[in-house]
Design a protein around this ligand. Structure first.
Ligand code: P5A
Length: 430
């Protein structure tokens, strides 16, 4: 992508009303634009990151055998009256009427809709277990939308719903999804702590939130200090069940199994939340499938959410410095920043165009700053928007056939001989 032709409205001013780093940086980097309170447009750079995260989330769901669907954004009130949640959900649910005066609502979550789908098609225990998921925009009329996309009113959520014939099956599904969440957050370069949580408006007796530690997080979590020294091998469902970690509302200081000197508390960002709620919805919506012995069974259910748009902000909270964002390679909007630091020079132009073409041919996402700007302004822009690998073409390219590489995260710089550029590009593919 040539920056001269791109839509990247970076802001010089620090937005006054943005209180946390991720919100400030997303506005400054031209990733989002506020449309109204809690409602944002995702501009090209932000959209790229959001899609990368969405892809990783969906790949990990597919890997464990979940199937992707798309459910409607608007839902009939009647389904929620069946489950009994229509009144309970309160003001967070946006209620609307259609032209026939029928009650609809803008979906804050989809337990009812998916249960309605399953009751129409799944007739036998042989068709279970089944996990269906979608990645769609939800609306919650939050009392206090804040921190940009961290707590929006419209936000992108991955929501999965599981159906099992037995209690044991449902618990095994819960565990399978729990572990896939750890892998998902791992791929996003985040360390998520699963904490025991309340199930709130979703319901049920088993629930975990996945929290990313960050000072700006809205949640408080209490956890065993040994969490800080876990090896990757120990990050399994079974082992984590032996360690204490609880959300604020679940933590009872008088009955805490961890001695005080080993109990830590920290702020966290809730990037995922999973629930086992048994037959709450399947019973209410009268779902029955035939069982092994000719009897009917009511499926056991769970639901599993990941805040996809919130993750963009959470990743920035965990990956930034004074100069701007530092994207992990896996979600970077572009992998390489190609910076022409000397403009109006035929040799530099030839080199930079050649390198740009080669990068593109190798399928490496590159943002090429071809603008007629000061080098300092170009460096600052690439630092701000967080491109992980910078390749700079300046005077040394003419005099010594050398390009400069800068790693955005470490700040390390090295010179690359023009003759070695193919190998360097090859290395970037990995
Ligand atoms: C689980 C999937 C549910 O809605 N039903 C379907 C269950 N869970 S939840 O905890 O209420 O939401 C899941 C995740 O969505 C993110 N999230 C938000 N992100 C941005 N702005 C919001 N206002 C918002 N509300 C929820 C969180 O990451 C949450 O864990």
């Amino acid at each position: 992508m040539r920056l001269s032709a791109y839509f990247l409205p970076v802001l010089k001013e620090v937005p006054a009303d943005a209180q946390i780093a991720s919100h400030r940086l997303m506005l400054r980097a031209g990733m989002i634009n506020q449309c109204a309170s809690g409602l944002y447009s995702w501009l090209p750079l932000g959209q790229r990151v959001l899609s990368k995260i969405e892809k990783i989330v969906s790949e990990e769901q597919d890997k464990i055998g979940c199937h992707r669907v798309i459910m409607p954004t608007l839902q009939p009130a009647s389904l929620w009256q069946e489950s009994g949640r229509y009144e309970d959900y309160g003001k967070e649910m946006l209620r609307v009427k259609d032209r026939h005066d029928r009650d609809l609502l803008f979906g804050p979550t989809n337990e009812e809709v998916i249960t309605d789908v399953v009751r129409q098609y799944i007739k036998s225990y042989r068709d279970l277990p089944q996990v269906l998921y979608q990645i769609t925009w939800k609306f919650r009329d939050e009392m206090r939308p804040r921190f940009g996309v961290m707590r929006g009113r419209e936000f992108l959520m991955k929501d999965a719903y599981s159906f099992d014939a037995t209690y044991e099956g449902a618990r095994a599904t819960y565990q399978r999804i729990f572990e896939s969440y750890l892998r998902t957050f791992d791929r996003l370069g985040l360390v998520a702590i699963p904490v025991k949580a309340d199930s709130g408006a979703i319901g049920g007796d088993l629930s975990h939130e996945f929290q990313i530690m960050a000072e700006t997080g809205e949640s408080t979590v209490y956890y065993d200090a040994s969490y800080d020294n876990l090896t990757p091998k120990e990050r399994t469902f079974e082992h984590l069940q032996t360690l204490y970690a609880a959300a604020d509302e679940k933590h009872d200081p008088d009955n805490c199994p961890v001695p005080e000197d080993r109990l830590k508390s920290a702020r966290g960002i809730e990037v995922g939340h999973i629930f086992y709620f048994g037959k709450k919805y399947s019973e209410a919506l009268n779902v029955k499938v035939s069982g092994t012995d000719g009897q009917h069974v009511v499926p056991e259910m769970g639901s599993y959410g990941i805040g996809v748009s919130r993750l963009v902000a959470a990743i920035i909270e965990a990956n930034h410095d004074d100069a701007g964002i530092i994207w992990p390679d896996a979600v970077a909007p572009f992998k390489v920043a190609l910076i022409l630091a000397k403009t109006g020079d035929a040799t530099c132009d030839a080199i930079v165009n050649d390198v740009y073409e080669k990068l593109q041919r190798q399928g490496i996402e590159v943002l090429f700053d071809d603008r007629d700007e000061r080098p300092g302004a170009k460096f600052a822009t690439m630092d701000l928007i967080g491109i992980p690998h910078h390749l700079i073409i300046g005077n040394k390219a003419i005099q010594e056939s050398q390009l400069e590489y800068k790693n955005r995260r470490t700040g390390a710089r090295e010179m690359i001989n023009l003759s070695a550029i193919d190998t360097w590009i090859e290395g970037m593919r990995g």
